[in-house]
Design a protein around this ligand. Structure first.
Ligand SMILES: [Zn+2]
Length: 304
């Protein structure tokens, strides 16, 4: 039996039964409204879950399905939900990657079949019943990542109104977000963290884990985390250590063997950002095996 929890006057949450080391307790699926409902992220395909959800929400009608991004733990159940209810799907576009010149080890984590009915642009607003949503482009973790703001419920706002942002995987309280090229892009991720520093929302609802009630504090922590990782990498490069495997050994000294791969991908993402900022050069493109150097030390080489 699914458990639907009222988390604010207009929002309910059900956590999909897909807990894992990547999804924490499972994907949070949000339900907004009373009579005509909006669903944010119906989650992965889990037998029986969507029919149970639809039955539990009756007699209300589901009309809008918002997808934060097309990773397999977020969007695949949209097709079943749409078939059962006739609701339309909203997203910034189909699954995509940032570059095609490198291998994509995350190919299987993408929902390549997902096709939104309505393609949203950054800052586009739309209504469901008497709710107004605003799409906010927050790519970086995934190429088509959108956050959704819920600002007003009624024409005459009351203090009961929500002022929140459904942030998907862009910002989470329990862990930092996976950002790995070519599925993700660190420059875009950081740009969209900085962008939300001045956003006027009281609470962030993440796709995994608890609500974030101090959004600005959490954003500051996440920015600080990536900048300190960057400083560690720059320190390695200053010492002439330009090999990713060596950098991981130094910067993640007590790391579990199973997490060496993710740490290497994260280092690669940070290096891509440094290359984007013209601070670093590589002798063999953006790969795990390449040798990386600080750009100002490489001026007189053929790679500069
Ligand atoms: Zn994701």
């Amino acid at each position: 039996m699914i458990k639907i929890k009222q988390i604010s006057p207009h929002i309910r949450r059900v956590t999909c039964p897909n807990p894992s080391k990547f999804t924490f307790k499972g994907t949070n699926c949000f339900i907004i409204g009373q009579n005509r409902l909006t669903i944010v992220d119906p989650g992965p395909i889990i037998e029986g879950f969507i029919p149970q959800l639809v039955a539990a929400l009756k007699p209300a009608k589901i009309t809008h399905i918002l997808i934060t991004h097309s990773h397999r733990d977020h969007s695949p159940a949209a097709a079943e939900l749409k078939a059962l209810t006739g609701a339309k799907t909203y997203a910034s576009g189909q699954h995509n990657i940032y570059r095609t010149d490198i291998d994509n080890p995350f190919k299987n984590s993408g929902d390549w079949d997902f096709e939104p009915d309505i393609i949203l642009k950054d800052n586009q607003t739309f209504n469901c019943d008497n709710h107004t949503f605003k799409a906010i482009q927050t790519d970086g973790h995934c190429y088509n990542h959108m956050a959704y703001a819920l600002t007003h419920i009624d024409k005459n706002p009351t203090q009961d109104d929500e002022n929140c942002l459904f942030v998907g995987d862009h910002i989470m309280g329990w862990a930092s977000t996976i950002v790995a090229p070519p599925d993700g892009n660190m420059s875009r991720y950081m740009h969209n963290l900085y962008k939300l520093q001045t956003a006027p929302y009281n609470v962030f609802y993440s796709a995994h884990g608890a609500a974030i009630t101090k959004p600005k504090t959490r954003i500051d922590e996440l920015i600080k985390h990536r900048l300190s990782r960057e400083a560690e990498i720059v320190d390695c490069l200053k010492q002439g250590i330009g090999d990713i495997v060596e950098m991981v050994k130094i910067n993640y000294p007590k790391l579990d063997q199973a997490l060496i791969g993710p740490a290497a991908m994260s280092t690669l993402a940070q290096l891509e950002w440094l290359i984007d900022k013209n601070m670093v050069v590589s002798d063999a493109g953006l790969t795990i095996d390449a040798q990386y150097r600080l750009a100002n030390e490489a001026k007189n080489t053929i790679y500069s």
